[in-house]
Design a protein around this ligand. Structure first.
Ligand code: ADP
Ligand code: ZN
Length: 617
């Protein structure tokens, strides 16, 4: 079969997306490739179709290396639904099950074998690969989540380093490495670590136009989150990221108390509970997962409608990968982050206190600064995000700053007042003070501490009455973000001047701050373009809605029977298309996106029966 017929017949898709065609052709013909594509871009087909084509050409099996043990069952299940011979080998299998897979592997009865890196590099597995290789049955290695090889990402897995054995031992077997992380540093690291110097590099656009980026100033984070979900995402599936386990627990509880179905996920939970929560998130509609970054890699649930950050991530790669989990189905989705002074302080402190080499810390600081720049930005967020990935673009019209240009005010004078206060208290007392105290002085508050220290007598005492405490915190946050103020974590979070402070003090660096909106106006998109797939899409008329609902009920039963998430059986978009066309024969069903030959065979009659039952009644 040609690669186009595999796309259409096996997967039921009409056309390749973006660079898929070129990649698949290159790999099918035995070329090595490094594929950088954003989350939701369609990476899986880039190795699945070559695997099928090469197996059909008698070239044997493809080994997919992936760190996602907990998701292999569903990934392989999805391939089974499409009629592809796929299996996985990992620690969740019993000895008998594993032996059976190995037997079939040696018989060449498998097209794609998924395995974790620590399994692939065992002597036992390598011996099996040797034997396949001798018989010319080892077709391709696909290395998924390839950024795990790099220490720059938060997903670093030392086992990935050992994967060079594939190249050294099976030099003639082509390799395709894939990742959604694309900054230059990580990319160079992947190429070097996996010895992909000769591989062809495929870089897709990293834009995810259906995701709307919003970053709000942190006041009462959990209440802000609650309002965001209530106003825009009731009943939707979403992910909320928090830094600490405790905050995960508290936030999940708060959401539940407010009628939002939420579950916690973090590394401190029992493995069984974690797996159960993940399964529920994948298999039930409208669940909000509150999680640390331990959750999410490889989650391919297509209808996640929002990703919210209650704490700021470490860098733009992390942020982009986490937010990328929203809207994989291409429908409207939100990336919402709540960001404040404490985030800057915490992230800076974590770097300062880490035991790493200074050079490494500098790398981390540079990455954090880029994210802080994004958070403080008053221009298009997407332009900045894409520029970080070396992609030029125009203002997007689908981020908070584009939708409502923020009012900015000139905070240069305020910044100078703040810096000179920090300077003066240091001069007067011989040591520094924290943010609260400095702001008290500026706002002329004669607190006990101020009086005791004699800070009432400072020339800056009371010169900042024109600004509210929140505004002062905003000024300080921005100064921290640009590195004009440092926080000394070893000394009770006291503030200190830096090299950069001088330029600000001299008025050489203009400081422009976003005017805090009294009540942030955000037009809900639900009414504007009500195409969310989580609920009955409003593009459907009454009869179509009815069919859609009946199809969903039917799909839920099938999914349960097969122990798979519903979207593995059919995506919502496929059900919408069926509901719209109300097919009366298998011919009419054919050609609907997401309906390959195998699914038509397996489910065609049942789908027609669901439609017919409605028309009859
Ligand atoms: P990634 O691994 O890059 O995050 P996936 O491989 O999971 O993305 O693909 C994202 C979604 O897009 C999946 O639901 C997949 O079925 C769908 N998809 C991929 N390629 C195509 C295509 N050519 N046409 C239609 N849908 C596609
Ligand atoms: Zn924009």
């Amino acid at each position: 079969m040609s690669i186009t017929s595999i796309l259409q017949d096996v997967f039921g898709y009409q056309a390749f997306r973006g660079p898929q065609h070129e990649i698949i052709e290159h790999v099918t013909h035995g070329g090595d490739a490094l594929v950088l594509m954003p989350t939701g871009g369609g990476k899986s087909l880039c190795y699945q179709i070559p695997a099928i084509a090469r197996q059909q050409a008698g070239q044997g099996i493809t080994v997919v290396i992936s760190p996602l043990i907990a998701l292999m069952h569903d990934q392989v299940g999805a391939l089974h639904e499409a009629g592809v011979k796929a299996e996985f080998l990992n620690s969740t299998l019993t000895f008998e099950q594993a032996s059976q897979v190995e037997r079939r592997l040696m018989q060449g009865d498998i097209t794609l074998l998924y395995a974790a890196p620590e399994r692939v590099t065992t002597p036992r597995f390598l011996a099996q690969l040797d034997s396949l290789q001798e018989r010319g049955h080892l077709s391709l290695f696909a290395i998924d989540e390839a950024h795990c090889v790099s220490q720059w990402g938060h997903d670093f897995r030392p086992e990935y380093r050992a994967l060079t054995v594939l190249h050294e031992r099976y030099a003639s077997v082509p390799r395709i490495a894939l990742t959604a992380t694309a900054d230059a540093l990580t990319r160079a690291d992947i190429i070097e670590r996996l010895q992909l110097q000769d591989a062809r590099l495929f870089i897709s656009s990293f834009d995810r136009p259906n995701i709307r980026y919003t970053i709000v100033e942190k006041r009462e984070a959990s209440q802000q989150l609650l309002r965001f979900i209530r106003d825009e995402h009731m009943g939707d599936a979403g992910v909320v990221y928090c830094q600490s386990r405790k905050k995960v627990e508290d936030t999940a509880e708060l959401l539940c108390d407010n009628g939002i179905a939420a579950l916690p996920y973090h590394a401190g939970l029992d493995a069984k509970v974690r797996q159960a929560n993940q399964d529920r998130f994948l298999r039930t509609e409208g669940i909000v997962m509150v999680a640390t970054i331990a959750f999410g890699m490889g989650i391919d649930k297509p209808d996640v409608r929002f990703v919210a950050h209650l704490d700021m991530p470490k860098n733009i790669e992390g942020y982009y990968q986490e937010t990328g989990r929203a809207g994989r189905d291409g429908e409207a989705a939100d990336a919402w982050m709540c960001y404040g002074l404490q985030d800057v302080v915490n992230q800076r402190r974590m770097i300062d206190e880490s035991p790493a080499e200074e050079e490494f810390k500098q790398g981390l600081r540079g990455k954090l600064d880029a994210l802080l720049g994004l958070a403080e930005a008053t221009d298009c967020r997407r332009v900045r995000l894409l520029r970080y990935f070396d992609e030029a673009s125009q203002p997007c019209g689908n981020c908070d700053n584009c939708l409502q240009a923020p009012d900015v005010w000139d905070a240069t004078d305020a910044a100078r007042k703040l810096l000179s206060t920090i300077y003066r208290v240091q001069q007067m007392s011989g040591f520094g003070f924290g943010a609260g105290h400095i702001i008290d002085i500026l706002r002329g508050k004669a607190t006990e501490k101020v009086v005791q220290r004699g800070h009432e007598g400072l020339s800056t005492f009371g010169i900042g009455l024109d600004l509210s405490e929140t505004q002062w915190r905003g000024v300080l946050r921005q100064l921290l973000a640009i590195g004009a103020v440092a926080v000394d974590a070893q000394a009770f979070n006291t503030l200190a001047l830096t090299e950069t402070s001088r330029a600000v003090l001299k008025g050489e660096v203009p400081i422009r701050l976003r005017q805090a909106l009294a009540k942030p106006e955000r037009k809900s998109r639900r009414s504007a373009s009500p195409s969310s797939t989580a609920k009955a899409p409003a593009v459907l008329d009454a009869a179509q809605q009815q069919r859609y609902a009946a199809l969903k009920t039917w799909r839920a039963e099938v999914a349960k029977e097969h122990n798979l998430p519903a979207y593995v059986i059919f995506h919502d978009a496929t059900l919408v298309a069926i509901a719209q066309s109300a097919p009366q024969s298998l011919e009419q069903l054919q050609g609907i996106s997401g309906l390959g030959v195998r699914k038509l065979e397996a489910y065609g009659e049942a789908v027609l029966a669901v439609i017919e039952a409605l028309e009859g009644g």
